[in-house]
Design a binder for this molecule. Structure first.
Ligand code: DI6
Ligand code: FE
Length: 401
């Protein structure tokens, strides 16, 4: 089935032009992929198609990619939010056994169906704003069975919703109570879970939370070595609360991305540049934790490190379900330009997942695209709390909204 969509204002995100802009453009969709993208004037007059539609000058962008989420978990942390407003810090709550551990208990307690239903509801919120690919991390199960269960729920979301899901094993998110005071034993144990997760087709990448309240660089490296051995790419929660040299370590393992990065050093930037790792900035967590230290955006730019933006959706530090809001926050809080922020939720978000076939409207890419009720994509970076998403296509198929 070949369908031609005509008369669109295209922000292709191709890097040869600002925004990859085409004023009056057309998209030829052949099955799940784009077979041709370009200006109307260059359309082959003899082109044979099965169907044709005019988009009447509407704005079209690539489908959005949310490259860092923790979407599968039980419960919420609204009560913890209240505690924080009475003066407790995120770190104090974590050290007192709250935080990630309280979500762990709620997750273990939830049925498979409840986990699926709550995650699907969240995924639908993201999809309503044009998200067509998301990454979902485990990390709230923290036992072999519960980690596998959360990864399986993520896989099921990808199978049952018109959404592409990439899964990341984040068993090294926190030390579960069974291993209290024995973080090294826990690391040995979670490493033993990985081959089973790979064998069951549950995992596309491996991540670690490397920080003073989580895992040390030495522990992180052990997990990375195991991932490397299994041929799995790695990512890292790096330099969020302190500089542990995590980004440089991850770069040595060819990390797809290093994420957060508020405390990233010049050495870390140089190592990421060399390795081609993407800097995933997470303005939702920065905002919600009321951080004051900004990620080194200008140095990342000057260093030529690609920047992605994601929601980091999780119940503790970033309970947002709006990637469009993150576009605005990336600009207002981190001073990205609207175009940088947009590249961050499209082409560079895809790159942070190791995916070269999406995030750009070009021949051969997946036919993931969004039609907007807007003149220009900069409007979505400018407004907040507003969703002008009109139609979403995933793999060439219009999704039901
Ligand atoms: N960094 C974060 O900001 C989240 N996880 C992580 O490694 C927080 C997760 C939580 O508080 O539940
Ligand atoms: Fe995270």
């Amino acid at each position: 089935m070949r369908t031609l969509y005509r008369h669109a204002r295209l922000a292709t995100m191709d890097d040869t032009l600002p925004w990859g802009w085409i004023d009056d453009g057309a998209l030829l969709v052949d099955g799940q992929h784009l077979a041709w993208v370009g200006p109307e004037m260059q359309l082959d007059p003899g082109l044979q198609v099965d169907a044709e539609q005019s988009l009447q000058g509407a704005l079209v962008t690539p489908g959005l990619v949310d490259c860092h989420t923790h979407l599968v978990y039980g419960g919420d942390r609204a009560a913890e939010f209240e505690l924080r407003l009475r003066g407790a810090s995120y770190e104090q709550i974590a050290l007192a056994g709250g935080g990630i551990r309280s979500t762990l208990a709620a997750t273990r307690h939830a049925s498979d169906q409840a986990l699926f239903a709550s995650a699907a509801a969240r995924a639908r919120c993201l999809m309503a704003e044009g998200v067509t690919t998301i990454e979902i991390k485990s990390g709230y199960g923290l036992s072999e069975a519960h980690e596998a269960r959360c990864l399986a729920v993520a896989r099921r979301l990808g199978a049952e919703l018109p959404l592409n899901v990439r899964t990341t094993s984040l068993a090294a998110h926190a030390v579960p109570p069974e291993f209290e005071g024995r973080a090294d034993d826990y690391v040995d144990t979670l490493i033993e879970w990985l081959p089973g997760q790979v064998g069951a087709g549950l995992v596309d990448a491996v991540d670690v939370f490397c920080d003073h309240i989580a895992f040390s660089p030495a522990q992180t490296e052990r997990v990375f070595r195991a991932a490397h051995h299994l041929g799995l790419p790695v990512k890292l929660h790096a330099e969020q609360l302190s500089d542990q040299g995590g980004a440089a370590l991850a770069a040595r393992y060819g990390a797809l991305s290093c994420d957060h990065l508020e405390h990233l050093s010049a050495d870390g930037i140089a190592a990421m540049r060399q390795a081609g790792s993407v800097a995933v900035l997470l303005p939702g967590a920065y905002y919600f934790l009321r951080e004051t230290r900004l990620p080194p955006v200008q140095a990342l730019r000057e260093g030529g490190v690609p920047i992605a933006i994601a929601t980091d959706h999780n119940p503790g530090s970033s309970p947002t379900l709006s990637l469009l809001l993150m576009l605005n926050m990336a600009c207002t809080l981190f001073r990205l330009t609207p175009e940088e922020a947009w590249r961050g939720v499209t082409v560079n978000g895809a790159r942070a997942l190791g995916l070269a076939d999406r995030g750009v409207l070009r021949s051969g890419a997946r036919a993931d695209f969004v039609v907007w009720d807007a003149e220009h994509p900069r409007e979505m970076a400018y407004r907040f709390g507003h969703n002008p998403c009109r139609r979403v296509f995933a793999g060439g198929v219009e999704t039901v909204r």
